[in-house]
Design a protein around this ligand. Structure first.
Ligand code: GLU
Length: 257
C-alpha cells in the first residue's frame, strides 16, 4: 500500500443537530474512520467547521446571529467544546490531536506559510491528527465572506495532500438543486469547472454553516489548479471515506488539472 496524505473537511451540518448541539454519534463515527485510515498507514489532516454551531448550542441559540461580533464570540465559545470532544474520541482510538487556527491572509505570506507547513509536517510525524479551523475571532473578513471549504483547499495545498475529501450535507455536486428539483442528478466526475458547471451551483447551504455549492466549487477550483483531486460527498456516512480511498466512485470527483 502506498502511504497517502488526505485532508478531510467536515461541515457544521454534519457535526451538529438542528438545535446546534454537537451530534456526538456523527463525530464519533467520523473519528473512528479517520483513526482507522491512520491505522492503515495513511496520514490525515482534519479541517472542521462547527465552532459557531457548537457555540450556538452552548448558549442556547437556534438561529445563527447575523452580526460578526456575535459569530466571533460563538466561535470562541464553541471551538473549545468541539476540540475537547474530538480529542476525547481520538484518544479512545489511540490518537492525539493538535489544534491549528488559521486565517487565509496568513497563508498568503511566505514566512508564515512556511512556518505553518513545518508545524503540520511535525505534527504528522508525531502521528497526531491536526484539526484545523479558521481563527474566527480575528478573521472578520473570513467569517463574513469566507468559509472552511476554501480553507480546506488551501490546507490541502499547504500540506501537499494527495486528495481533499469534502464532507457535506449533500451527496455530491448536482446539475440542479436537488432540494427543489427532483430530476437533479449527481455529476460523478468534473474534469473542468466550466461556466456550465458554475451555473449548476445554486445558492447557500444550511442555516448552521456558511458554505454552499458555490464555495465547494471555489475549493475544487483551488485544489485542482494546485494538482490535487477533490471528492465531494455526504458526511452522513463517514464510511464512504474508505471507498473513496479505494478509488470507488462516490459523490463527485473534481479532477486535478
Ligand atoms: N469557521 C466556522 C466555524 O467553525 C465555520 C465556517 C464554515 O461554516 O465554513 O463555525
Amino acid at each position: 500500500m502506498k502511504k497517502k496524505r488526505f485532508v478531510i473537511k467536515v461541515g457544521t451540518s454534519s457535526l451538529t443537530h438542528k438545535n446546534g448541539k454537537l451530534d456526538l454519534e456523527r463525530i464519533e463515527k467520523l473519528v473512528r474512520v479517520i483513526a482507522n485510515v491512520k491505522n492503515a498507514g495513511h496520514e490525515v489532516v482534519l479541517v472542521s467547521s462547527g465552532a459557531i454551531g457548537a457555540g450556538m448550542g452552548v448558549v442556547g441559540l437556534e438561529e445563527r446571529p447575523a452580526s460578526t461580533k456575535e459569530k466571533q464570540a460563538l466561535a470562541a465559545i464553541g471551538q473549545v467544546g468541539l476540540l475537547a470532544i474530538y480529542d476525547k474520541f481520538f484518544k479512545e482510538y489511540g490518537y492525539n490531536t493538535g489544534q491549528v487556527l488559521l486565517t487565509k491572509f496568513i497563508l498568503d505570506e511566505e514566512t508564515r506559510y512556511n512556518s505553518a507547513r513545518r508545524a503540520f509536517d511535525s505534527m504528522i510525524k508525531y502521528g497526531v491528527v491536526p484539526i484545523v479551523n479558521e481563527n474566527d475571532v480575528i478573521s472578520t473578513y473570513e467569517i463574513e465572506f469566507g468559509d472552511n471549504d476554501t480553507l480546506s483547499a488551501y490546507v490541502a495545498e499547504l500540506v501537499r495532500a494527495d486528495l481533499l475529501i469534502v464532507l457535506s450535507d449533500i451527496d455530491g455536486f448536482y446539475d440542479a438543486d436537488p432540494r427543489q428539483n427532483k430530476a437533479a442528478r449527481i455529476i460523478p466526475i468534473v474534469k473542468k469547472i466550466s461556466d456550465e458547471i458554475k451555473s449548476f451551483a445554486g445558492a447557500e447551504g444550511s442555516s448552521r454553516g456558511t458554505g454552499g455549492m458555490k464555495t465547494k466549487l471555489k475549493a475544487a477550483d483551488y485544489a485542482t489548479r494546485h494538482g490535487i483531486d477533490m471528492v465531494l460527498t455526504n458526511g452522513n456516512s463517514p464510511e464512504n471515506i474508505y471507498k473513496i480511498i479505494k478509488g470507488e466512485s462516490i459523490g463527485t470527483l473534481f479532477k486535478r488539472k
